[in-house]
Design a protein around this ligand. Structure first.
Ligand SMILES: C[S@@+](CC[C@H](N)C(=O)[O-])C[C@H]1O[C@@H](n2cnc3c(N)ncnc32)[C@H](O)[C@@H]1O
Length: 228
């Protein structure tokens, strides 16, 4: 299937990569997920791939900056690919729209989170998504390269027995399947911040920034270990 997503020059990094978009689509397709929700539309890369998974997919996107920051290009890309009749755009912050959807009793099979990437914002998106998604449904989150998102993933792994991690090919996405209702008591807490996670992230960061002598050294060691 031919999907065309027009992006302004030098703005490619805002969107999910094509291989990530394809992996997101394949989760929707393989699991027959129809009612989909996305936080963060931007130029519509992930939205178009989700909508292309099947002619029965319906997608709601939340993004209050579509007009001001993206000149409505995400919506134009969806229209160009012929998906507008299966797409709803809500021009609101997720912190406003998600609780509204919850109180309206809405339910989804699939939620993709790629909006505000601050720790508390992404965690809040996950917490609402966890309420909105049906048992058997999936939540996928982008940008695992960021420490804030790594911590959101660790929180879910250790604190949400109602979710099971789904292994993905993309190292920059993570996914969880809802397997039961939330049965934790009100005192439940498992530590999710670890020194190992902190060290791993900061050593990796020094290596990919490649600016300091120590960073260059770590990069070399990593390349030797990987046989490059
Ligand atoms: C990384 S971009 C999304 C890329 C998009 N998923 C794609 O693949 O093309 C992040 C988007 O989240 C939107 N955003 C930022 N904060 C938000 C919030 N609090 N609620 C909803 N959307 C938000 C931004 O306007 C931006 O369009």
């Amino acid at each position: 299937m031919n999907i065309h997503v027009e992006l302004p020059e030098n703005k490619e990094e805002i969107s999910v990569r094509i291989d990530e978009a394809k992996e997101i689509r394949s989760i929707v397709e393989k699991n027959n997920l129809n009612k989909c929700l996305e936080v963060g539309l931007a130029y519509g890369m992930s939205a178009n791939y989700i909508l292309s998974a099947s002619s029965t997919v319906r997608l709601t996107s939340l993004d209050p900056f579509q007009k001001s920051d993206y000149n409505n290009l995400g919506l134009a890309n969806i229209q160009q690919n012929g998906y507008s009749d299966r797409h709803i755009h809500i021009d609101k912050l997720s912190s406003i729209a998600l609780p509204e959807m919850l109180s309206a009793g809405e339910k989804f099979d699939f939620v993709f989170i790629d909006g505000d990437h601050k720790f508390e914002a992404a965690l809040m998106d996950f917490i609402y998504a966890a309420e909105l998604v049906e048992i058997g449904g999936f939540i996928v989150v982008d940008d695992l390269w960021m420490r804030a998102l790594q911590l959101v993933k660790e929180y879910v792994k250790r604190n949400r027995p109602d979710f099971q991690e789904v292994k993905l090919n993309s190292v920059n996405l993570f996914a969880f399947k809802k397997i039961s209702e939330d049965q934790r008591d009100g005192m439940f807490f498992r530590e999710f911040y670890t020194r190992k996670g902190f060290l791993k992230y900061h050593l990796n960061r020094l290596a990919w920034e490649d600016k300091t002598v120590f960073g260059k050294l770590i990069k070399q060691v990593k390349n030797i270990v990987r046989g490059r």
